[in-house]
Design a protein around this ligand. Structure first.
Ligand code: ADP
Ligand code: ADP
Length: 229
């Protein structure tokens, strides 16, 4: 479930400056496709279009064959999970932040999600555990910890589609590897769109698309693209 298709998508914020000039690609259900390219290439715009923060001017975007323009933003948010580059958490408890998106989740389910995200042990060691308040008026979490809370939230929500927007780019190598392994678990058998700067961070994608100047410059497997670049 959750197959994505971009068909000849044209998009601009400003009519004088096209951002996407006829972009077509598919993410088959359960597969992972990575979009890489230089800063300003239009990578994040692709995720904004999927969420309908903006609509395409020409072409179409479909999920399981249905045009996203026929789907409300609310419904899209229910099927698409996002692990952003900079996770912003609510000034509330860790449990609240993880439950967000699935308020009825049980404590056991929350704990299981934090095991996948590799922060369960860390949370249990906090004096108030899952009830520890985070954010400006609570515990300061590191970038990697915030990201892992976001991953736990996504595990719990279990959306058919996952967007990873440069999810590990701002981290040191060890943390990057730990988070990458957690993300591999989360994206397994789930339609996943990875947005990344560098080819090196997307080893596990089924296909890689290189976006340049609003067009797909190259596409292929990781091995083939590494050979060519
Ligand atoms: P990437 O993710 O590849 O770095 P983006 O999709 O964020 O690129 O942006 C592509 C281009 O669109 C950039 O040149 C950026 O300045 C421009 N852009 C992004 N958002 C807006 C906006 N809301 N209004 C106008 N221009 C924008
Ligand atoms: P960053 O993500 O900014 O690199 P770290 O991931 O290295 O930060 O974590 C910072 C601190 O949080 C560490 O000192 C560690 O004690 C604690 N921590 C983070 N994740 C875990 C974990 N899975 N188990 C135990 N402690 C953790």
């Amino acid at each position: 479930k959750g197959a994505i298709a971009f068909k000849d998508v044209h998009f601009h914020y400003d009519p004088d400056r096209p951002i996407l000039k006829g972009v077509s690609f598919e993410v088959p259900a359960g597969k992972t496709v990575a979009v890489v390219g230089p800063s300003g290439a239009g990578k994040s715009t692709i995720s904004r279009l999927l969420y309908r923060f903006y609509d395409v001017q020409e072409g179409s975007i479909t999920i399981d064959g249905q045009d996203v323009r026929d789907v409300t933003q609310k419904s899209l948010r229910a099927v698409i999970g996002m692990v952003p580059q900079d996770t912003v958490l609510f000034n509330d408890t860790i449990a609240y932040n993880i439950r967000y998106g699935r308020p009825a989740a049980s404590d056991a389910e929350i704990e299981q999600a934090t095991e996948v995200a590799q922060i369960a042990r860390f949370i249990k060691e906090l004096p108030e555990g899952y009830n520890t308040k985070v954010g400006e008026r609570g515990l300061k979490l590191s970038g990697g910890e915030k990201q892992r809370v976001a991953i736990a939230r996504t595990v719990l929500k279990a959306p058919p589609i996952l967007i990873l927007d440069e999810a590990t780019s701002a981290l040191d190598t060890t943390t990057e590897h730990e988070i990458q392994s957690a993300l591999d678990v989360v994206s397994k058998n789930r339609t996943t769109l990875v947005i990344a700067h560098r080819l090196s961070t997307v080893v596990n994608a089924d296909e890689i698309i290189v976006l340049k100047g609003g067009e797909i410059a190259e596409r292929g497997s990781h091995a083939v693209l590494l050979e060519q670049n």
